[in-house]
Design a protein around this ligand. Sequence first.
Ligand code: SF4
Ligand code: SF4
Length: 75
Amino acid sequence: MVKGEISINEALCKGCGLCVYHCSRGCITLSAEKLSPSGMPLASFINAEKCTACCVCAWLCPDFAIEVYKYTDVS
Ligand code: SF4
Ligand code: SF4
C-alpha cells in the first residue's frame, strides 16, 4: 500500500488555494492559524492517512512550495 506525505514550505506558499482545491483526498486546507506576511492563510497538511502521494498538489503549486514523499509498505 502506498502512503504519502507532503511538506509545505511556508516561506514560499502565498495561500492561493490551488492545492486545496485540487487535492481529491482532502489532505490540504488553508489555515487561519498560519498567515503569510501579507496576511493570507497558508496551506496546511491534514488527513495525512488519506494522502496517496499522487503529486497533483506539487505539480500545480505555482510557487514550488510542496514536496511529496512516497512510502511503500513492504510488510
Ligand atoms: S498551491 Fe502552493 S502557493 Fe498555493 S496554497 Fe498551495 S502551497 Fe500555497
Ligand atoms: S500528494 Fe495527492 S493526495 Fe497527497 S496531498 Fe498532494 S494532491 Fe493530495
